[in-house]
Ligand binder design. Structure first.
Ligand code: AMP
Length: 177
């Protein structure tokens, strides 16, 4: 059997692109991880390792790269997949949550019938930066009466202290910068 994938293996494949999408941003490009079958599968194994199939009712993924990891994690945990999307993309009735950006604000949305009250949710995104996006997604999940069992991220930019915006549930990242 090939050796299990470690967070260091994944870190080695992440490409940092300077000044994208604007000057000063060090963009963490995860596409080389996705393109490598062993690393992609290993990332999903690591993101789901604390949970057995059946212990999570829904994996909530955040628009857009979060969908990729969340959908694969849902399949592995035999759970449903629920998208949190940017405002204006979901077709049915939604609830929305605003959050602050460096300049201005953004809004995320979830379908009103996406989660049952009491549902056990694993929240997943590719990267935790300031925590604005994931804390807004967490508010939506909680407004529907579901319970966040964990928020999982492939990457955490520790110096932005995003974790401080996420309280009431465990926060886990595989790789920290
Ligand atoms: P934040 O709301 O500040 O925690 O930002 C998190 C969201 O923005 C995630 O959905 C990430 O995909 C994206 N993001 C923020 N900073 C970066 C970065 N340096 N590299 C790649 N994606 C990022």
């Amino acid at each position: 059997m090939p050796a299990a994938v470690t967070p260091a293996d994944i870190e080695n494949a992440i490409r940092t692109v300077p000044d994208f999408p604007k000057p000063g941003i060090q963009f963490k490009d995860i596409t080389p991880v996705l393109a490598d079958a062993r690393l992609f599968s290993g990332a999903i194994d690591l993101l789901t390792e604390k949970f057995s199939p059946g212990s999570i009712d829904a994996v909530v993924g955040i628009d857009a790269r979060g969908f990729i990891f969340a959908a694969a994690a849902a399949r592995k945990l035999n759970a449903g997949f629920v998208p949190v999307r940017k405002k204006g993309k979901l077709p049915f009735t939604t609830i929305e949550q605003d959050y602050a950006l460096e300049y201005g604000h953004a809004t995320v949305a979830i379908h009103t019938d996406a989660l049952q009250p009491g549902a056990r949710v694993l929240l997943i995104d590719d990267l935790l930066a300031t925590g604005g996006t994931s804390s807004a997604a967490a508010v939506l999940v909680q407004k529907l009466g579901a319970k966040i069992v964990e928020a999982g991220f492939l990457i955490e930019l520790k110096f932005l202290n995003g974790r401080e915006k996420l309280s009431g549930f465990p926060v886990r990242s595989l790789i920290a910068y």
